[in-house]
Design a protein around this ligand. Structure first.
Ligand code: TRP
Length: 335
């Protein structure tokens, strides 16, 4: 608890261009959670170097992501928006937690297996212990809830196991976090293959709408979205392409999927796709404008970065000192 509020932690990586799926499925919901919880939203740049990055590019993307958090409506006075690498407690706690995590547990992580297959030339120890760093992120702030997608559930389960294990040995040190399962969240699928999630790492640029795509590109991608030959706008399993477009339209307009179906009853796919594209533009254009506006104010962004790193360090330090003492590190001599 901080200020009588439950604590929420989440983070995103600044690798790849964020998509409409990241926005509608995660970022947009983060904004609605910020009243109810004391929120920490991190740009997890330490996780990013588990695969090789171009340094200048990573720095640029990390700043763009942090700016996007604010542009999306997260008030940096109320939400702690910061770079993971600015708070050394993440690395320090991760080391300690490494000593409470079993090889067998990490070996079972499906994301490690996937990434190891994809980056066969660089299967580094950081990639293997990635979930331990994630556990440190969460436990460092005594988070009660963690909004995560289904792909991160296994990591969250492991975080809980590590916390419980540690608490069993040393007493109640960590809050055991719960997954935050939002209201039927918008799970946005690829425009080219509606069986796959819309992903920032998709090789086909037409599969994803990127948050910074211009209007023409957005309209074109929607127009090219894969549908079917049934010619009817219905919200059903048999029409995954159309269903995805209904989800996108509904998430952008705030309408329920059934309302959307009614609205487009008897109309053609072409007309519907155009409307979907326009709905997406109506959401992304103002977001892009805010990003551009904020980018101009370098001093403001810098002050957010500094103040929130200090704030995060304060809370991280409290947990870290407790943990260090529990495991037997000598107390520091001050003064
Ligand atoms: N691993 C997460 C992802 O790739 C990002 C992340 C890092 C995270 N630390 C976290 C998410 C802590 C939630 C909580 O999506």
């Amino acid at each position: 608890m901080i200020n009588d509020k439950k604590v929420l932690f989440s983070g995103m990586q600044a690798t790849g261009n964020l998509t409409l799926g990241n926005y509608l499925g995660a970022l947009k919901n983060w904004v609605t959670l910020s009243d109810e919880y004391e929120c920490f939203y991190s740009v997890v740049d330490m996780h990013s170097i588990t695969v090789r990055q171009n340094p200048a590019e990573l720095r640029k993307r990390a700043r763009a992501l942090l700016t996007l958090y604010i542009a999306a409506g997260l008030d940096p006075e109320k939400n702690c928006i910061y770079y993971q690498s600015h708070v050394s407690g993440h690395a320090e706690l991760a080391w300690i937690l490494n000593c409470f995590t079993y090889m067998g547990e990490l070996n079972r992580m499906t994301q490690f297996k996937d990434k190891a297959a994809k980056h066969a030339d660089n299967i580094n120890a950081g990639l293997f212990t990635y979930p331990v760093l994630m556990a440190a992120d969460i436990l460092l702030y005594q988070a009660d809830v963690v909004p995560v997608g289904i792909d991160q559930m296994q990591h969250l389960e492991l975080t809980r196991d590590i916390a419980i294990r540690f608490n069993n040995i040393y007493g109640d040190v960590f809050t055991v976090p719960e997954a935050y399962i939002g209201k039927v969240g918008a799970k946005i699928m690829s425009l080219q293959d509606p069986a796959k999630k819309m992903s920032k790492s998709d090789e086909n640029p037409n599969a994803s709408i990127y948050l910074m795509d211009d209007t023409d590109t957005i309209l074109r991608k929607c127009k090219r979205a894969v549908t079917d030959s049934l010619g009817e706008i219905r919200y059903c399993e048999e029409q995954p392409g159309i269903r995805n477009l209904i989800d996108i339209y509904s998430a952008c307009t705030g309408k329920a999927p059934q309302e959307t179906v009614k609205e487009f009853e008897g109309r053609g796919y072409g007309e519907f796709k155009q409307a979907v594209g326009e709905a997406v533009v109506s959401v992304l254009k103002p977001l892009q404008d805010r990003v551009h506006q904020l980018e101009k104010d370098k001093a403001y962004i810098d002050s957010v970065i500094k103040n929130n790193a200090d704030k995060a360090s304060y809370f991280a330090g409290k947990t870290l000192r407790k943990v260090q003492k529990k495991v037997g590190f000598p107390e520091r001599i001050r003064g």
